[in-house]
Design a protein around this ligand. Structure first.
Ligand code: AMP
Length: 256
């Protein structure tokens, strides 16, 4: 199966004025997941693999900001311009801006096919806002997967990461190199290094993670939603572990 087509999540990437090509049917077993973990642990890759297997849509807040960043300046709102400045430095975008963006896309959270949130929530304030919204919509998270990796490995991963400018597939210069250097295996698009994957931004991002996002592990642990996965090994190996853990969690929930 191919990774999620951009047209199938256009409402997420572009906002409520756009409509997805393939809106899924309501599914009572839809997965509603949050992926946690420091930048570079591979959440985006795992979200793509989970999307292919579970069908739930891959919703990345970072992808929305990057999509906005590729628009012309006059199309960007003042809040979005400010958000992009934070992003380039590797800092977190203020909660109010992120929340407004997510709230505008509430249809994606209501979507009958479920969702895989990647990069959101990233602060306790965002997690609480999401919780209130889900409660008011009568929705519940299925689980929160926390991908764990030592910091030294994270730095190596981020520094070597290259992204396709067309289909957003992710490669690594040594660990997951493309067949042709600088070119995407899937669509021949050009590979680039994200501005926030440069060394000075990596440092800021890891500090922001420790300060603002790591406390969410405890938050979701207390809510009984946390699934811990060691993010070592190949993406496929990590994926199989994630899937096994998620399925056994669901089986336990159904048995209770
Ligand atoms: P990501 O692709 O998830 O690593 O996100 C890239 C960048 O977008 C982050 O370093 C932040 O600057 C910004 N960003 C994405 N999601 C959020 C969020 N939930 N809260 C604050 N900033 C975010």
């Amino acid at each position: 199966m191919s990774p999620q087509n951009e047209k199938d999540r256009v409402a997420w990437l572009r906002g409520p004025s756009a409509q997805c090509e393939a809106a899924p049917e309501n599914d009572s077993t839809a997965w509603r997941l949050v992926l946690l973990g420091a930048p570079g642990v591979g959440k985006g890759t795992q979200a793509d693999l989970l999307n292919q297997r579970l069908g739930a849509c891959h919703l990345s807040t970072g992808d929305v900001f990057r999509a906005a960043g590729s628009q012309s300046e006059c199309e960007q709102s003042p809040a979005m311009k400010e958000a992009l400045g934070h992003m380039r430095r590797g800092a977190l975008v203020p909660d109010a801006t992120v929340w407004e963006m997510v709230r505008e896309r509430i249809a994606c959270l209501r979507c009958g096919g479920g969702f895989i949130l990647d990069g959101f929530p990233r602060t306790l304030g965002q997690a609480e806002s999401l919780q209130q919204l889900m409660d008011s919509e009568g929705l519940a998270l299925t689980a929160v997967v926390n991908y764990e990796l030592p910091t030294s490995e994270i730095v190596t991963r981020l520094g070597g990461r290259r992204t396709c400018e067309k289909c957003k597939a992710v490669f690594h210069v040594t660990e997951r190199p493309p067949k042709i250097a600088g070119s995407c295996d899937r669509c021949d698009g050009k590979l680039f290094q994200r501005e926030d994957d440069r060394p000075e931004s990596i440092k800021v991002r890891l500090e922001a993670y420790e300060r603002s996002t790591a406390p969410l592990i405890d938050f979701y642990g207390k809510a009984g939603l946390l699934v811990r996965v060691a993010a070592t090994g190949s993406p496929d190996e990590i994926f199989e572990i994630t899937l096994t853990d998620l399925k056994s969690r669901r089986a336990r929930q159904l048995a209770n």
